[in-house]
Write a protein that binds this ligand. Sequence first.
Ligand SMILES: Nc1ncnc2c1ncn2[C@@H]1O[C@H](COP(=O)(O)OP(=O)(O)OP(=O)(O)O)[C@@H](O)[C@H]1O
Ligand SMILES: Nc1nc2c(ncn2[C@H]2C[C@H](O)[C@@H](COP(=O)(O)OP(=O)(O)O)O2)c(=O)[nH]1
Ligand SMILES: [Mg+2]
Length: 190
Amino acid sequence: GIKKQRCTCIILFHNNPTFQHLSCAFRSLVFCLVTALQNARERTLIAVKPDGVQRRLVGQIIQRFEQRGFKLVGLKMVQASHGILSEHYGELRTKPFFQSLLTYMSSGPVVVMVWEGHNVVQASRKMVGQTNPAEAPAGTIRGDFSVHVSRNVVHASDSQEGAQKEIQLWFQGKDLLDWDCCDQIYTIEV
Ligand SMILES: Nc1ncnc2c1ncn2[C@@H]1O[C@H](COP(=O)(O)OP(=O)(O)OP(=O)(O)O)[C@@H](O)[C@H]1O
Ligand SMILES: Nc1nc2c(ncn2[C@H]2C[C@H](O)[C@@H](COP(=O)(O)OP(=O)(O)O)O2)c(=O)[nH]1
Ligand SMILES: [Mg+2]
């Protein structure tokens, strides 16, 4: 993800004849700016699970990501099928709770979202808290709103690679909006 983008960026700025005549300092400055902007475009998949929707927690969960400074770029409410859920939770296929996980996740609507921003994958895992709410500190979503591992309110991608796969699984490219957030220069250094 980011490493590949950095390489592309380096190739663009160091091998492109258009930029050869620019001073080294200026090229470095442009490179830093582009890298900062690309880092700010990291995305993750967050889903409010059926228990979160039933308990009317959607608004509070969205609010936490907004107030942290992340940008919502995709949002939908879906009744998820076992098909999409078994792909989403493919790595847990051999776990004893896999079938009950699918039953619970398809028991009602989920609200699936894509959030964008600097370091959003890692930051949102911290905001969500440990898988088992008993271990999730107060102040995290799971630590504030849940008590049992099987009803832990929210999903968050656990790596950048996982996020990319999950976003492709749940969203079509055209449903993710690339919009300018007017406060962006106040939330990251560019
Ligand atoms: N022992 C368990 N009993 C019941 N459900 C479980 C158990 N372990 C995990 N789950 C459910 O499966 C989900 C996926 O487990 P995983 O290990 O991926 O946790 P997670 O990454 O914290 O959660 P998610 O992937 O939903 O964000 C958990 O969020 C939880 O709802
Ligand atoms: N019933 C039950 N459910 C579990 C257990 N471990 C995980 N889960 C459920 C809740 C998790 O949110 C979900 C996905 O697991 P994960 O991807 O390892 O954790 P997380 O990414 O949700 O934090 O599976 C578990 O031990 N028991
Ligand atoms: Mg997980």
